[in-house]
Design a protein around this ligand. Sequence first.
Ligand SMILES: [Zn+2]
Length: 317
Amino acid sequence: MSLDDASTWDHFRGLVAAASGTRTLEDAVARECRSLALDAGAAVPPHALKPLAASLGATVVQVQAEHGPSGRLTRATSGAFKIEVKESQGWRRKRFTISHEIGHLILLRRSQGDRKLRTALESPDYWSSVERVCDYFAAEILMPKAGLIDDLRAKELGPDRIFWLYDRYLVSWQALMRRLVQVSGGSGIGFWTRGRTRRGPVCPRLTDWYASEGVAFVPRGISSSRLTPDLITRAFAGLGSEDAVLSTLRLPSGVLIGPSRAFVWEYTRQPVLFEGYRVRDEVRVAAEVVSLHGQICQLAEPRLAFTVSQRDVGEPG
Ligand SMILES: [Zn+2]
């Protein structure tokens, strides 16, 4: 039997939810991660990951490898599990890799009493769904949704607050950005730079875009002139928007409409310590201005969600 991707995914997340005794995959992931932290005696994030792995019977080892995956789970003939993580990755990135492998361990443990889940885990048809679920586990282990939502509600996001979250959860930049839009739903985060010609600065362009599931993809390189009002150019001119304003972003696929905010990407950094170790930054942000779109800049007012209008606006010239 061959299933297409969407139905395989729907089927698999249903299996994981059922195996954990919850209604949705999200609830299953939250429940499993909560009980894992309890078992390992971990209180609040950022968690040390070796004790979490140990509570599932696994040790974590670093391996020197040029190629191959960033991490993998192996099992000795004795039955002991080993999480192998590629040494060459950044420290923050390794934490995601290890947490992803812990996700595999959770699924394996849960499948022991669940024949349907066990069969799916052994089938190549579900490999990409399994990987996706393990990424969910990794994100929840490192940045539990409930706590992160509280953090987002507590204070308006700006460069300092974003770095506060980056150090609060000790994750990679990518992992943080993806998680922020995932937990807030109906959101996008844009990074903008302004190119220069001999005649002076030119219109700001998008260098990176992170969006919640269901929000339209916004291609890199688009000009901020597609945003009305053009909050990005205003931010460059020193007119950052404290409050969210309703904006539209014209795309080839339609129009994104929602509250938006933009601010200049300026910050000061203090090194952080974790278990006596000085944690390095792994930020590669080329942006000068950051924009928040949709619910993420208005979490206290979820009714103002980010919507994609189906209206075909065509390509501006
Ligand atoms: Zn995996």
